[in-house]
Design a protein around this ligand. Structure first.
Ligand code: CMC
Length: 432
């Protein structure tokens, strides 16, 4: 008799069968547990790009791509965007609940304690080529933290894990700002703990010793939103990279550095920078149809950057929130980049009315609007993905901490379908 809550797989070549359990998430699609498939039937599964495969269980973030829903620990992103701030959201992601008053201020105090980097780390910045991309510097320097903070590197010690998590969250803005300043010959300021997390980052980016620094509240508000919206996004490429790297027992600084490397690609976090490069290349709204035709052409690799998403097939809820903020900001700021923003608005309209994009559910994603906001704020283009990396650090460390406590996790070791040569005899060089 067929058991409930199972799927029966039959190998039609020989009639062999196996019942596989269906696991029920709190919300979302039921998932087949295929762990005994190979033992029982000698079969593997094939799923390049993990289009239908869950790699872990997680309590942290939930996405419903069809309905356009994003929850952090059960809280809708819309509510967090309206009421929370980045450090509170980070606490929520890491510890699983909204902090009490005492927990909140304790956490802020702890993060502030860790904002400085070891003086020795500053020498690293001198070693990079002056025109190095800040993401390249981030990959190097964040990985190098493991050479400095030996006192918290025992990944089997929960307290060490927590200290490393705090250090990563706190030091990321300092490292990010330094990666920008060195390239411009600017001195490396110490963090200012009288400012909040975002204000301090803006101070370290833009202050000069010869003038008093004034916080720009419009910029801080927009950055706060970008940070909350980018804080986590379940098992995306960079988060999966962090998990896979740490599944071998590697230290968290090295693993987050791997996550930064993965994020850098234009299909992922690099998209916000790529959006602006695309708009600059298009130059004038009249040129848009030419680029849209290229994006639709099967023989051309060209894609509209900032459009489409693997999971969201309705709309990206982050994009909906940030689109409003983006329009408000452009109205308030006005800008010397107005032609570029006009091109963006026209491209958004044309693509959203075009059958090719509608049929494939290719809507503007969060990076389309965050790229435009960062440009409007005068953020250097090569810092856009760095800002994404800083924000996503909360998610990466939450997922890493969760994984370290998950008894079911084992070293990540995907299988493959081997398509190479069968066994053949070695031929001596003299006979070839
Ligand atoms: N422009 C033109 N066509 C596209 C685009 C695009 N941006 N994105 C997807 N398509 C087409 C693609 O050619 C394919 O067409 P067809 O079915 O005719 O072969 C179809 O849409 C499905 O595309 P896919 O590549 O199978 O989809 P995917 O889920 O593997 O890729 C994606 C998702 C985000 C990598 C892709 O949409 C893309 O490259 N977008 C541009 C880069 C971008 O904006 N990335 C940021 C993602 S949001 C931030 C983040 O989470 O990192």
């Amino acid at each position: 008799m067929t058991k409930k809550n199972t799927v029966t797989i039959t190998d039609n070549r020989n009639g062999n069968q196996v019942d596989l359990d269906i696991l029920d998430p709190t919300i979302g699609s039921p998932t087949i547990d295929i762990r005994k498939l190979h033992n029982e039937l000698g079969l593997f599964t094939y799923d390049p790009g993990f289009q239908a495969t869950a790699s872990c269980k997680s309590d942290i973030t939930y996405i419903d791509g069809d309905k356009g829903v994003l929850l952090y620990r059960g809280y809708p992103i819309e509510q967090l965007a309206e009421h929370s701030n980045y450090l509170e959201t980070s606490f929520l992601l890491i510890y699983g609940h909204l902090p009490s008053h005492v927990e909140y201020y304790d956490f802020i105090g702890i993060i502030k304690q860790h904002t400085m980097v070891h003086e020795g780390i500053k020498h690293f910045f001198n070693g990079f080529q002056h025109n190095a991309h800040p993401m390249a510097i981030m990959v190097g320097v964040v990985g190098a933290l493991s050479a400095f903070y030996h006192d918290s590197l025992d990944i089997n010690n929960p307290r060490h894990r927590e200290i490393s998590a705090h250090r990563l969250l706190a030091k990321m803005p300092t490292i990010a700002a330094y990666s920008h300043r060195r390239a411009h010959g600017l001195p490396l300021p110490y963090p200012r703990n009288d400012l909040d997390f975002i204000e301090n980052f803006m101070y370290m980016m833009f202050s000069v010793p010869s003038e008093e620094y004034k916080v720009n509240p419009v910029a801080v508000r927009a950055m706060r939103l970008i940070f909350i919206l980018h804080a986590d996004h379940e098992q995306n490429a960079s988060t999966s990279t962090v998990r896979l790297a740490s599944s071998s027992g590697a230290n968290p600084f090295a693993c987050i550095s791997a996550g930064i490397a993965s994020l850098w690609g234009p299909a992922h976090g690099g998209a916000n920078e790529a959006v602006i490069r695309m708009l600059e290349e298009i130059q004038h709204p009249d040129e848009i149809p030419k680029y849209v035709e290229r994006a639709k052409d099967k023989n051309d690799d060209y894609r509209l950057m900032g459009f489409g998403h693997r999971i969201y097939k309705n709309y990206d809820p982050r994009a909906k929130i940030i689109r409003e903020a983006c329009n408000d900001l452009l109205d308030v700021l006005g800008s010397t980049n107005q032609p570029l923003f006009d091109t963006a608005r026209k491209l958004e309209k044309i693509a959203m009315e075009d059958d090719y994009f509608l049929e494939r559910n290719l809507y503007p994603n969060v990076d389309f609007y965050s790229g435009i906001i960062l440009k409007a704020l005068g953020m250097p283009l090569n810092m856009f993905t760095v800002i994404f990396a800083m924000a996503r650090t909360a998610g990466w460390i939450s997922q890493w901490l969760e994984m370290m406590e998950d008894q079911e996790q084992r070293i990540g070791r995907p299988r493959q379908i081997y398509t190479g040569a069968k066994v053949r005899e070695y031929v001596n060089l003299s006979k070839r």
